[in-house]
Ligand binder design. Structure first.
Ligand code: ATP
Length: 489
């Protein structure tokens, strides 16, 4: 069982969680081929990556991000006409670092900038430079820059720069250090008339070596966050541009239902909706396809044929009813759907959508979130007096949030101290604080369910009857009975 929370939390908070799960990016060219199937160090280094041919993407295809585009226009102008800058004695930054959660358009923007500047685009992923043999990564960096310099106006884009640019530690890693040093050397060695710009992207700015982000190297750093309501609508209009859509479909309403989602999520919703319309033999995309696409992107594909025993089905129903009831009690987010149809890895799910874009979250709201996460397990324990494996993801998320509160956000009795991963080994005080938050939240969730036992049972029963409940149906079941708070300890 799993609950899908896709609220927007503090941008840096999202970072930590999202950046744990990186989507692999396409990596082409000789770097990749050179790695495949080779066990021994290469006698001769292969050619650097060929500039790759991408569909023509311009700034028109990148929605929103107006300020970022404005910054990049200067660079594009320089690539087109370097003499103007030279005559004025102006030095333009050679390194632009995009940082932010995955899927927010970092790669897209770099490609578009290359297209706008009629420059060649050289894509490389940081992980392609990570090699076992000392000197191989460094040589690849050298080749990449040599090639770009030969090509004339060029943009080198290094995705996942943290794979080579992570802070150096005392434990020396010769190969990694040499690769990073080579990158620094290349960036320091630009001649004024050279029209090569290096762009890089990371989800973890905090991991990068200071040397890399000091002036003269990646000194222009641009944050790319998840889009707000207006930009979500613009991104949707880019991706629905060439798709026939029913007149009744309003992109604004899709944008309202997708806070916290990235550009990549929205692109995927548009594509999934189009695929569904084809599957249903429709002439255009309607609300139904869009609803289904949002759910699919959020929670994975449905597994309707998954055979589940009646006893397990009942457990799943109580688990999801627990999440839904605790969420309704706090009311911070809407609960558009609760379902016991399995999807992706989840056996059931409770969809929660923030009521508006949020950039800050309070300590109380964070604790409420943890209680919602515990709603499923608490319901199982209350009804069956036994725990199941179904709360694994919920527990993981609850623990991550509690740890974040104590170690990063100064939201515990330990005060405004930040604890880095390295400080944490056997730090009993930190562990105690995390445990206290976790235990209090679990007790809180259990208390809400105990005091609203009848409502919990009614929701679970209806879920077993009809598999899916919409928010109106949930509200009907709760009806005039208010959800009572837990009894004081
Ligand atoms: P990662 O950090 O995972 O490398 P990224 O930030 O580089 O991600 P992109 O690869 O640029 O993300 O974006 C993925 C896809 O999302 C794009 O190909 C595009 O379809 C869509 N997308 C993201 N942002 C935008 C945007 N502002 N306008 C239009 N489409 C967007």
């Amino acid at each position: 069982l799993m609950i899908f929370l896709f609220s927007l939390i503090l941008p840096f908070f999202l970072f930590l969680i999202l950046s744990l799960s990186r989507r692999p990016l396409p990596s082409e060219g000789a770097f990749q081929k050179a790695k495949e199937g080779r066990k021994n160090p290469p006698a001769e280094e292969p050619q650097a990556a060929q500039p790759q041919v991408f569909p023509q993407i311009t700034f028109e295809d990148v929605a929103g991000l107006d300020e970022v585009k404005e910054e990049l226009w200067e660079i594009i102008d320089f690539l087109k006409d370097p003499q103007r800058y030279e005559k004025m004695g102006a030095k333009l930054p050679r390194g632009v670092l995009f940082y932010g959660p995955p899927g927010t358009g970092k790669t897209l923007l770099a490609k578009a900038a290359a297209q706008e500047a009629s420059a060649s685009f050289h894509f490389a992923s940081g992980s392609e430079f990570v090699e076992k043999y000392v000197g191989v990564g460094a040589k690849r960096v050298r080749n990449l820059f040599e090639k770009a310099r030969r090509e004339g106006p060029s943009i080198i884009f290094i995705d996942e720069i943290d794979a080579i640019g992570a802070r150096r530690t005392n434990e020396s890693n010769n190969e990694k250090d040499q690769t990073l040093n080579q990158l620094l050397v290349e960036m320091d060695g630009f001649q004024p008339n050279e029209t090569v710009i290096v762009m890089a992207a990371t989800n973890r700015l905090d991991l990068l070596d200071e040397a890399l982000i000091r002036p003269g190297r990646f000194d222009r750093q641009i944050y790319m966050g998840n889009p707000d309501l207006k930009v979500r609508e613009e991104i949707l209009s880019v991706h629905f541009r060439n798709k026939p859509v029913d007149g009744s479909v309003a992109l604004k309403s899709i944008a309202r239902r997708t806070p916290g989602m990235s550009g990549a999520h929205l692109a995927s919703i548009a594509n999934e909706a189009a695929i569904l319309a084809v599957r249903f033999h429709k002439r255009s995309i309607g609300e139904k396809e869009i609803d289904m696409a949002i759910e699919k992107v959020l929670a994975g594909p449905e597994h309707k044929r998954c055979v589940i025993s009646p006893r397990e089905r009942e457990k799943i129903a109580f688990h999801e009813a627990g999440h839904a009831l605790v969420s309704k009690f706090f009311g911070h987010e809407s609960v558009p759907k609760v379902s016991i149809i399995s999807r992706g890895r989840a056996l059931g799910y409770t969809m929660q959508v923030p009521r508006e874009d949020r950039y800050l979250i309070t300590a109380t709201e964070l604790k409420d979130k943890i209680q919602v996460l515990f709603g499923g397990r608490a319901a199982e324990s209350l009804i069956y007096n036994e725990l199941s494996s179904g709360a694994k993801d919920d527990l993981k998320k609850a623990n991550q949030l509690a740890r974040e509160m104590v170690c990063q956000l100064g939201m515990s009795s330990l005060g405004n101290i930040v604890y880095e991963a390295g400080d944490l080994k056997e730090n009993a005080a930190v562990e105690n604080e995390i445990r206290r938050i976790i235990d209090d939240c679990y007790e809180g969730a259990l208390g809400i369910l105990k005091n609203n036992f009848q409502t919990l049972s009614d929701i679970a029963r209806r879920l077993m009857e009809q598999e899916t409940l919409l928010e109106e149906e949930l509200d009907q079941i709760i009806g005039k009975r208010k959800i009572s708070p837990p009894s004081p300890a």
